[in-house]
Design a protein around this ligand. Structure first.
Ligand code: HEC
Ligand code: HEC
Length: 386
């Protein structure tokens, strides 16, 4: 699939965009493209050059002075059908040893204050890298207020957390370690713990060239592992690639509803089924003291109650749904959109009753089931460094 085909939908919608479109959606949309055309940072500076960019080849975009090419080292991972190559950050390149170290840290409960919680406790492969719960439980059984999103395909994301408050996976990873209701530890204590384990010392030395590692090295390793947790080659991808038997007739009808009648791709589009933009769908706004979402980060009133549009890859496996885990099944999600969300002072203008028939709702759910693929089935490590 070439880039132009992959993102022609984005371009069309940009052309159709009405001036009334919320400002909060514009930047992420453009950034999504920037990322897609090989991190060409020039794109985010303005719409003017956008049409030109769409016709640039990846190589041309990479030679721009202010967008250093991200070199794909030999032995880089293969991505499943339907995805784009991973853009490894210049200051955290890929290596297989780093992935291995990151995976050990990801599953190692010794990173938490009382040795009971690891990243995988809330983002486990068994639940497609979520915890299968409405909201997560950290150390000492403490519950948070938000649902654990999947770690799958985070490599294609522009910002992390439901409100986008972490810019990178590296920045994200150090958060839960010191969050009192998640892993409840301090970064100093984690580094001291890891340095006291000869097996880890050797691995950090092998990967980063020094035993004097810091929490940032641990975060880099974890982020590198996370970038290899992918989902592609779903029936949808195979259908797009020409295998017309990959989708059932009902799923094909559901796909048509997704893109046309329901226009889900206004927000869930591109290879990872998200524009990475923030929207208020009304989820939880009928509760006392609703989560303000993106507003807490941007302080822009237009972002009140808005949350990051999540990927829909592996969606059949990552319930319950929404930032508060309030919708149990995909049927409930489709019903929620069908009624146009929950009215509130900041409901996104794209949220309108859809008037879907029962048969159309069923087909749409069937299509969402065609987004389950492969590339993410990790086994928990059998042993950890001693
Ligand atoms: C106690 C449960 C818990 C633990 C432990 C935990 N997380 Fe999370 N994680 C969450 C929740 C809940 C969120 C969403 C929080 C928010 O958006 O405010 C989240 C968000 C994330 C995200 C952002 C995903 C997205 O779509 O934006 C990533 C990536 C992530 N966690 C990785 C990790 C890593 C790596 C670790 C270990 C260092 C970890 N998590 C430990 C519960 C947990
Ligand atoms: C206006 C943008 C927008 C449109 C249109 C939209 N979505 Fe969403 N979608 C979002 C956002 C934002 C969230 C997270 C909302 C929250 O948690 O408050 C979300 C969440 C979801 C979730 C739950 C994901 C998870 O991991 O919990 C599913 C499933 C979903 N959408 C499917 C659809 C389908 C199907 C359609 C079309 C009927 C659709 N969306 C239309 C923006 C949109």
């Amino acid at each position: 699939m070439n880039l132009r085909d992959a993102f022609s939908g984005v371009r069309n919608r940009l052309v159709r965009r009405t001036p009334a479109a919320s400002r909060s959606t514009r930047r992420p949309r453009i950034e999504f493209l920037a990322r897609a055309t090989a991190a060409c940072t020039a794109v985010s500076r303005g719409l003017a050059i956008l049409p030109a960019i769409l016709f640039l080849s990846v190589t041309a975009a990479q030679t721009k002075k202010d967008a250093p090419p991200v070199k794909q080292p030999a032995g880089d991972i293969r991505v499943p059908l339907g995805l784009l190559p991973i853009q490894w950050p210049a200051d955290n390149p890929y290596s297989p040893e780093k992935v291995e170290l990151g995976k050990l840290l990801y599953f190692d409960r010794r990173l938490s204050a009382d040795g009971t919680v690891s990243c995988a406790s809330c983002h486990h492969p068994r639940f497609a890298f979520t915890d299968g719960q409405p909201v997560s439980t950290g150390i000492k059984g403490q519950k948070g207020g938000r649902s654990a999103p999947t770690v799958i395909n985070r490599a294609y994301s522009l910002a992390q957390f439901w409100d986008g408050r972490a810019a990178t996976l590296e920045a994200q990873a150090i958060g839960p370690m010191a969050n009192p209701i998640e892993m409840g530890n301090t970064h100093e204590a984690i580094v001291a713990k890891l340095r006291s384990i000869p097996g880890y010392r050797a691995r950090f030395k092998q990967v980063f060239g020094s035993e004097d590692f810091t929490i940032d090295h641990a975060a880099k390793a974890i982020a590198t592992f996370e970038r290899t947790v992918l989902s592609g080659n779903a029936p949808y991808d195979r259908y797009k690639a020409g295998d017309k038997r990959a989708l059932t007739p009902e799923q094909v009808r559901g796909m048509d509803i997704y893109f046309n009648k329901a226009k889900c791709d206004q927000c869930h589009e591109g290879i990872n089924f998200t524009t990475n933009s923030y929207h208020n769908l009304g989820v939880g706004t009928d509760k006392p003291d609703p989560d303000v979402g993106r507003y807490a980060v941007s302080k822009n009133p237009a972002d009140w109650g808005a949350f990051k549009t999540p990927t829909l890859r592996e969606i059949a496996r990552t319930g319950p749904y929404m930032h508060d885990g309030s919708l149990k099944t995909l049927e409930e999600v489709v019903d929620y959109y069908d009624k146009g969300g929950i009215p509130n002072k900041n409901l996104d203008e794209k949220m309108k009753p859809l008037k879907l028939t029962a048969e159309e709702k069923k087909a749409l759910v069937a299509f969402l089931n065609a987004l389950s693929g492969e590339g993410w089935r990790e086994e928990e490590p059998k042993s950890f460094p001693e």
